[in-house]
Design a protein around this ligand. Structure first.
Ligand SMILES: Nc1ncnc2c1ncn2[C@@H]1O[C@H](COP(=O)(O)OP(=O)(O)OP(=O)(O)O)[C@@H](O)[C@H]1O
Length: 242
């Protein structure tokens, strides 16, 4: 192996306190530069996997590695979260400040930037996402699509090495979905994207993986766009716009 994975899961098993077992013996190493689409039926454990990587949930067995070393405790997970940014499924959960600028600058300030630097970084990020002039908008008054784009901005403003995106097109109007595709297709940042939107994944990632019966299946071929409807696996992701 040439480069140490940015993060890895080693023999990870997870069950909820209710006893509901979700992940069994998951082994996975995220190599620099990878762009992975993660699909799987509802409730298969995709979001749970993200939460374990971020240190928001602790597995009963196994560990999370960061640059090859086991992550122990909240302080070490904070270091991981400086390089791995998660965009939550529900934008409302990501936005908690009165204005867009406050939300987008929150991460950079947290990373230790000065107020001026954080402001500059935030304005540049908003501009890249086509959100010029949004800085003083009130977050709670934004449309659903605008909230989604701003929630992406709150993570991109920290310039993470890896993006974890949880169903980023879910519930979006077609225009915003297209904008998210354009943004992610142009962005070099490594990523894992959870989605049921096969066409979206084909345009924003270069390989697939899935969770089946608690096991992570990583050797899923990434088919060319035109073969979207001829996927050999039984449970191909479907489009849904609910
Ligand atoms: N706090 C919890 N307590 C008990 N069970 C939970 C809890 N959170 C999630 N689960 C269950 O664990 C399983 C995995 O959930 P998870 O959210 O990881 O699935 P997912 O693959 O992301 O699904 P979806 O596509 O619906 O978001 C589901 O059956 C879910 O109901």
């Amino acid at each position: 192996m040439s480069e140490t994975p940015i993060f890895a899961l080693q023999d990870v098993s997870f069950a909820y306190p209710s006893g509901h077992a979700v992940l069994h013996d998951v082994n996975f190493a995220f190599e620099p530069g990878q762009k992975i689409g993660l699909y799987g039926t509802n409730g298969s454990g995709k979001t749970t996997l993200f939460h374990i990587v971020m240190g928001l949930m602790a597995p009963q067995r196994g560990k999370v590695l960061f640059h090859g070393r086991a992550v122990r405790g909240e302080k070490e997970f904070q270091a991981l979260r400086r390089e791995v940014g998660m965009v939550l499924q529900n934008a409302e959960d990501q936005l908690f400040n009165p204005t867009v600028l406050d939300d987008v600058a929150f991460g950079p300030l947290n990373l230790g930037m000065s107020v001026d630097e954080a402001r500059e970084r935030s304005l540049a990020t908003l501009k890249e996402l086509g959100l010029d002039g949004f800085e003083n908008r009130l977050t709670h008054r934004l449309s659903g699509g605008e909230k989604k784009l701003v929630s992406l901005a709150t993570i991109l403003s920290m310039q993470p090495k890896v993006l974890l995106l949880d169903e980023p097109t879910n519930g979006l109007d077609p225009q915003t979905r297209e904008r998210i595709i354009e943004i992610l297709a142009a962005l070099p940042t490594a990523r894992i994207i959870i989605s049921h939107d096969w066409d979206f994944l084909a345009q924003t990632t270069s390989r697939f993986m899935t969770i089946k019966d608690g096991r992570l299946v990583t050797d899923v071929p990434h088919l060319p766009h035109r073969h979207v409807h001829a996927h050999p696996l039984g449970d191909e992701p479907h489009h849904h716009h609910d």
